[in-house]
Each structure stands twice: as C-alpha cells, then as structure tokens.
Design a protein around this ligand. Structure first.
Ligand code: ATP
Length: 315
C-alpha cells in the first residue's frame, strides 16, 4: 500500500471514424482508428474516508464531481470487481484535456482512475481484466489505457494495436464550450435520413478502416496521412464531421484558418468541437498554432505530438 499514486493519461484523436448504421441496441458499429496524443490529464488517488473527487484546470467547472464522474465510476467498478467495500479514495483530476471536446477526456480519467486505484489498493489486477473493466465503463476507455494507436471495432472497444512508424506533429484548436457526443450521433442519423440514404444498419455500409490510412500511420508518412484525413471537397475521414459542423457551423472557419495557415490537413476530432490539424514539423505546428490563435476562431491552440503512451504510473 502506498499513500498517493499519480497516473498520466493521454487524449485521443480519431484519425478515422467510420460510422455504420444505427443498430437496434441504439449503438453504431464503428471502424475507429485511435491515435493517442500528447495532451494529458493526471489522476491522483489517495486514501480518504469515502469516495471524493476534485478537479483542477481551465475546464474544471464543467466536470461533474458526483457519482456520474467516469473516474468515480471506475473506482467503484474496480472495488466491486475485487469484492471490496465502497471505495475509500480521493481522486484528484488535473484536467488539461478539453472537457466535452471530442478528445475522450472523461474516458482518459476513467482509465487513469482504474490504474491509480489498482496501485493504491495493491489489487494487482491483470491487464486483461483491467481492459474488460474499461470496456464496461465506455467505448473509448480501453484505448485510453492502451495508448499508441489502435483500430477499434464494435462500438470502438474491440481493439487491435496498430504500428506507427514515426512521430506526427499536430495542433488542436480548442473551442469555447463542448458538444454532447450522443447529440452529435443523433445529428449524424438525422442528416443521413434527410439525405435520403437512411440511417439504419440496413441502409449504411459496414464501416471499414482505410488501407491507405493504416499504411500512412505504419510508414510515419505525414503527407500520406493528410491525404487520407481530408479531401479537397470537404470530405473527411471522420463521419461525425458533417454532424459537428451542422451543430456548430463556426467550426468551418476554424478548419479553414488551420489549413490556410499551412496545416497539411484539418478535421474535427471525434464528436468535436476540437479541431485537429496535422502539420509537417514541430516548427510548422508552432506557426499554425500561432495563426489559429490570431484568427480568433478558437479559444486556444495546442501544438503536440503523437503517438503518446497510454495510462502511465508516474509515482
Ligand atoms: P468522447 O470524445 O469520448 O466522446 P468528450 O471528450 O467529447 O468524449 P468528455 O470530456 O469525456 O467528452 O466529457 C463528456 C461529458 O462527460 C462531460 O460533459 C461531463 O458531463 C461528463 N464527465 C464525466 N466524467 C468526466 C470527467 N472525468 N472529465 C470530464 N467530463 C466528465
């Protein structure tokens, strides 16, 4: 038993998010190519009399501090898994991942809380069991544990790790305010219905990963990856992008500002509203970030690299 444990967890960008039709269970089948990026939350677990949560960081006021917090749910799930009484732990969340930004911040905190509580309680949960607990907590949580890059099938939780042959330089343009992921999926269904193709599994082709995109990741080839992320006609490897743009039309200005500033490609990150820009170098990322900030089309612009490791015990 230790006194305090801190775990660092990465944000993600979906370099491809192919969304299948609406299934009878209310979910969508996905081909989801996750890439962990160097924006992080830190989860610190320390002993307490009851389960308590605290959050710090620019978006901390948007983080629920009750039982609905994904980190709290993770601590409860781990305690139940080991037949422990109610989890007596204080979870301190240092949030640097935008909240409701399409970068899986809540999922990252859940994975971080699992690893932190496991170390604090000395429960030594095997990796496979931790991954199964992650999948129960949410579709994006297993990837937050794993990090690197991975293909997610099913709801995104059935992961195959992917090789990445180099470092990619990104800029993330963080918007004011978030978007609700379920609302963005509903808008995606609505747009599909309105276009006449229909939104159900019968109407929408089975989502498949793009071979060219997987090759570009494997080769560490930023120009080839950029060609797979975005097309000249506004096409995107993210099937949720039209829905995010429909709900937040101003994101089109952010995407334009980033690509005009020299990014190789820009796309909405997951369900948005964060926009992700792939650049050719660290220097280019710094200059694109500066231009994005000056454009006034985002709250902040964060240059970083990928891939990043998954949940990592710091102390
Ligand atoms: P995803 O990309 O996985 O769809 P997201 O990055 O868009 O998610 P999150 O930051 O995970 O969004 O937050 C979504 C909602 O989840 C928030 O609005 C908040 O109410 C709730 N939430 C629960 N736990 C957390 C947490 N630990 N951190 C942030 N939000 C949380």
């Amino acid at each position: 038993m230790t006194d305090t444990v801190t775990v660092r967890v990465p944000a993600k960008v979906n370099v491809q998010l192919a969304v299948g039709g609406l299934r009878p269970d209310g979910f969508h089948g996905l081909a989801n190519v996750f890439l962990a990026v160097g924006l992080h939350d830190e989860v610190t677990a320390s002993p307490a009399d009851v389960l308590r949560i605290g959050a710090t960081g620019p978006d901390a006021h948007q983080v629920p501090l009750d039982d609905t917090n994904l980190a709290a749910r993770a601590a409860r799930a781990l305690a139940a898994h080991h037949g422990l009484d109610a989890p007596a732990v204080h979870l301190g969340l240092r949030k640097d991942i935008p909240v409701a930004g399409g970068m899986a911040g809540g999922s990252a905190d859940a994975a971080g809380a699992l690893v932190a509580c496991d170390a604090l309680w000395g429960t030594r949960t095997p990796r496979g069991e931790l991954l199964a607990l992650c999948a129960e907590l949410g579709s994006d949580v297993p990837f937050s544990l794993l990090g690197g890059a991975a293909l997610g099938r099913g709801r995104g939780e059935l992961l195959t790790p992917l090789a990445v042959g180099g470092t990619f330089h990104w800029v993330f343009a963080v918007a004011d305010g978030g978007l609700s992921t379920p609302e963005v999926y509903r808008e995606c269904d609505r747009l599909r219905e309105a276009s006449g193709t229909g939104a159900t599994v019968a109407a929408v082709p089975e989502p498949e990963p793009s071979p060219a995109l997987l090759d570009a990741l494997r080769d560490g080839d930023a120009a080839a990856l950029a060609a797979s992320l975005a097309g000249p006609d506004g096409a995107s490897s993210n099937d949720l992008q039209p829905a995010a743009l429909s709900l937040r039309p101003a994101l089109a200005d952010t995407l334009k500002a980033g690509t005009s500033a020299g990014a190789l490609a820009g796309l909405v990150s997951g369900s948005g509203p964060t926009c992700a820009f792939l650049t050719e170098s660290a220097e280019s990322a710094a200059s694109v970030a500066e231009s994005l900030l000056a454009s006034g089309t985002c709250r902040t612009a964060r240059p970083t690299t990928a891939p990043a490791p998954g949940a990592t015990l710091l102390s």
